[in-house]
Design a protein around this ligand. Sequence first.
Ligand code: C5P
Length: 156
Amino acid sequence: VLAAMQAHLDLLAAAAQRRAEDVVQVVGAALVDGDRVLVAQRGGGSLAGLWEFPGGKVEPGESELAALVRECREELAVEIAPQAFLGEVPLPGVVAGGEPGASTLRVWWGRIESGDPVDHEHTELRWVRADELEALDWIPADRPLLPAVRALLARL
Ligand code: C5P
């Protein structure tokens, strides 16, 4: 009986592990300076030419905020300080590379602590005001977050 229970526990542990690997978290940064937010145009891949909040995948074992800071360092060559959580949207699993329905894009408000953004991985970087956000050709995942970003810009 004990051996059977142990085998069952092993199966449960393996299933939990698989689920954890299927959940891909993506973080994005709405970096604000005065009345403007930084937006970035994707260079390559299927989303080329579309605008996004800079960011990327959280690596296994990495915290969400560590990923946010790392991605901004890698993509923009800036050091940022996360300020507050803005909102999240579900991502198609095929986009994030995990299981459908299990992945989300979570966007944080941040401030640049040091450095001027450099387009290491993007075609173009642009500082835009709240009224310029809607007209950009956004990645579908990012667009639902625009009201939260506009509300943030309005109260700063
Ligand atoms: O930037 P990176 O390619 O690492 O991002 C992983 C995936 O997360 C992208 O393929 C994209 O579909 C999604 N993403 C997003 N919105 C962002 C950043 C990434 O939907 N602001």
